[in-house]
Ligand binder design. Structure first.
Ligand code: GUN
Length: 279
């Protein structure tokens, strides 16, 4: 069993990004990321803090535009339109989830697709489905980087993606299909999850349910990628996989923390750098 070390790989990528930023700065270009943060959800605040810190470390210009829970949809749209026009901003990220009275799709559609470093705009998700160049959502992109780093070939592999969100499951499935895997996507209405996962060469799970994937649900030698991040009552972070019992059966497995999480932020930096290069 080999642990896929997301922290180490993310560190490598961040250092590569920093080198590229230094070069861009010599040409007078400072990559810029603007984050829109609505409301006071503690998890969203924590993620945005980590993203801002990572931006500073690689030398990006970064701003966080905080708005209260009660903000109107129109106000958020105006703010994004201003960011679209701002030449110092290469990437725009709206931290999700948004409050219930806001129509998330309407907000995401306002972001200039060329600044859509989260890859959530339908223009980019459509291009991804068609296997065309696009901004790709950071978490699934980070998973693909892990496969690449560990020389895991996806062609013809049976992959089960557990969770069908626009942020993770759907783009993950597109990336895997584009890499010639045979892909099954399961979700809350799936009748028998185990019937799918137990035959899979690779299981990728990101639904936010601690211990969802148990040892009886994966085959010997499977590759298991855990995208879940859950905080237990004792304050500890854990994924969606019962790691202690599942990991001995795996050929490769990602830990939580230290697996996919750090890769998400590294990919955000990479996407923002790519956007800045297209200025
Ligand atoms: N909320 C949970 N994950 C993400 C993410 O990757 N990007 C944004 N913007 N919001 C999120």
């Amino acid at each position: 069993m080999q642990i896929i070390d997301g922290s180490a790989l993310a560190k490598e990528i961040r250092s590569e990004v920093k080198t590229e930023v230094d070069k861009l700065k010599e040409q007078g270009v400072v990559p810029g990321l603007a984050v829109v943060l609505v409301g006071d959800d503690p998890a969203s605040h924590a993620y945005v803090k980590m993203k801002s810190k990572a931006c500073k470390e690689v030398g990006f210009y970064s701003i966080v535009h905080e708005m209260p829970d009660s903000v109107s949809q129109e106000r958020i749209i105006e703010t994004i339109k201003m960011m679209n026009q701002n030449p110092n901003i290469d990437g725009i990220l709206v931290q999700l989830p948004l409050p219930g009275h806001i129509e998330t799709e309407k907000i995401l559609e306002v972001i200039d697709p060329k600044k859509d470093v989260d890859g959530f705009h339908p223009y980019n998700s459509g291009r991804l489905v068609n296997n065309l160049d696009s901004f790709v959502p950071c978490t699934p992109l980070g998973v693909m980087k892990m496969f690449d780093k560990y020389n895991i070939d996806l062609r013809g592999k049976d992959v089960v993606v557990v969770g069908a969100s626009n942020i993770v499951g759907k783009p993950m499935a597109s990336l895997l299909l584009n890499a010639d895997a045979t892909v099954t996507v399961t979700h809350i209405y799936t009748k028998d999850l185990k019937a799918h996962t137990q035959n899979a060469d690779i299981v990728i799970v990101g639904v936010g349910k601690p211990g969802l994937i148990t040892e009886d649900m994966v085959k010997e030698g499977a590759i298991v990628i855990d995208i879940g991040i859950n905080r237990l009552e004792n304050g500890k972070l854990t994924g969606d996989v019962a790691f202690d019992t599942v990991s001995p059966k795996c050929s490769y497995v990602t830990p939580v923390p230290g697996g996919v999480g750090p890769m998400t932020i590294a990919m955000l930096l990479q996407n923002t750098l790519d956007a800045a290069k297209m200025r």
